[in-house]
Design a protein around this ligand. Sequence first.
Ligand SMILES: [Zn+2]
Ligand SMILES: [Zn+2]
Length: 99
Amino acid sequence: MDTPDQTLPVPPPFMFSCAECTTLLLALARKVVADDGCFLEQLAVARHIAAEHPDDVPEPHTGGCNQCPKYWKQPDAADAWAEHRARDLFLPEPIARLL
Ligand SMILES: [Zn+2]
Ligand SMILES: [Zn+2]
């Protein structure tokens, strides 16, 4: 059985030019390196991107995503959906698509 790839992808340039992104990413990376459960840190980064960088949130996933169709059906889930798509920017895909 393959173990999921836990390596964090290189974040897009806009995140490096934002002090809050950098701070949140460093907090996340520290937790990942320590293998110390990074659920809250993941949420914090996604929430920040959805709120402060809405133009950089990826388009809805087409195919292969179990989550997008669920959000699509919920009219009041726009924020949660944006946070879900933002996860692609800073998490490996198998982990990003869990939420
Ligand atoms: Zn930012
Ligand atoms: Zn999706």
